[in-house]
Design a protein around this ligand. Structure first.
Ligand SMILES: [Zn+2]
Length: 302
């Protein structure tokens, strides 16, 4: 019964008003009208020197590339102070992206805190922060050809840090036990195991919530549910990063393709993703220092 009510609760705002267990208090409207406060004002957040980065990028030469095949993942290494670009070389394609410190893969991207600091969708100037206790930028976004998209009429935006990654466990849960092996979680597990020389069982716990490159997502205004819609990315679109420390990237070309209809199956049309690497000219980053780990002493008090 409770579950039925919870489901009705999601149907619409009108139903929400009539189907909940609790009657609204007399001052419900006043309580809802309270103005929101930004959780993490970023005035004191250390800012990237984008002018310096873009100057260095202008001197950079391409030093390599790798192609991630559809419904597969691939790891790649980038040295601190170099740039890497993820693009759609053939057509619209979503990428589920993991990022690790090369010296300690357990220091990996912290999607939730990056979302709390920068918002639900990342673009130029935003950073990929690492998990606690290091909490430092692993990479900074320096270019985004979809920065024009903004927030659409449905509340959707591009490059989200909302979604977790498509995974075979949720798929089995929702499909009555179907076994599908090319969800991004599985792709990322296989590629990370290979890169680190670990068993898949040992690598799997290091796979983490992603940056959904090129994916267009949001929450429905009426029920608050996570939605996806066809990516606005087209052939040639790219997202480019500056590596703040030595990193291992792990990128999966999602089985959902442009994620316009379905994922976790082989139904959608999928394309490869291209990753290119660029090294700036010597001396172009002389005033730059890799970020130190977080300043908190880790004692958690007396
Ligand atoms: Zn995926």
């Amino acid at each position: 019964m409770k579950q039925q009510k919870a489901r009705k609760h999601r149907l619409s705002t009108k139903d929400q008003m009539t189907e909940t267990d609790t009657q609204p208090p007399a001052d419900a409207a006043a309580r809802r009208a309270v103005q929101p406060v930004i959780c993490y004002p970023t005035q004191t957040l250390p800012q990237p020197d984008l002018v310096l980065y873009k100057g260095a990028r202008a001197t950079a030469t391409k030093v390599g590339e790798t192609v991630v095949p559809p419904r597969q993942a691939q790891c790649f290494d980038v040295s601190a102070g170099q740039f890497f670009r993820i693009s759609c070389p053939e057509g619209s394609q979503v990428g589920d992206f993991n990022l690790h410190s090369a010296h300690d893969p357990a220091e990996h991207f912290f999607s939730g805190k990056s979302r709390a600091l920068h918002g639900a969708h990342l673009s130029t100037g935003d950073r990929l922060w690492s998990r606690l206790p290091a909490l430092r930028p692993l990479a900074t976004i320096v270019a985004d050809t979809l920065d024009w998209y903004g927030i659409d009429a449905f509340g959707g935006g591009v490059h989200d840090v909302i979604g977790t990654r498509c995974d075979p466990y949720t798929h089995a849960l929702l499909s009555g036990g179907d076994q599908y092996h090319h969800c991004c979680h599985s792709n990322l597990t296989r590629s990370l195991a290979e890169r680190l020389g670990l068993s898949r069982a040992a690598a799997e716990p290091l796979v983490h919530d992603v940056l959904n490159v090129f994916m267009c997502t949001g929450f429905t205004r009426d029920t608050g549910q996570y939605f996806m819609k066809a990516s606005p990315a087209r052939q040639g679109d790219y997202l480019e990063f500056f590596a703040e420390v030595d990193v291992i990237g792990n990128l999966s070309a999602c089985p959902g393709g442009d994620c316009g209809a379905i994922h976790s199956s082989d139904v959608a049309q999928c394309h490869p993703l291209l990753v290119e690497f660029f090294a700036p000219a010597p001396g172009s980053l002389d005033s730059w220092q890799p970020p130190a780990v977080n300043a908190y002493d880790g004692s958690h008090g007396p």
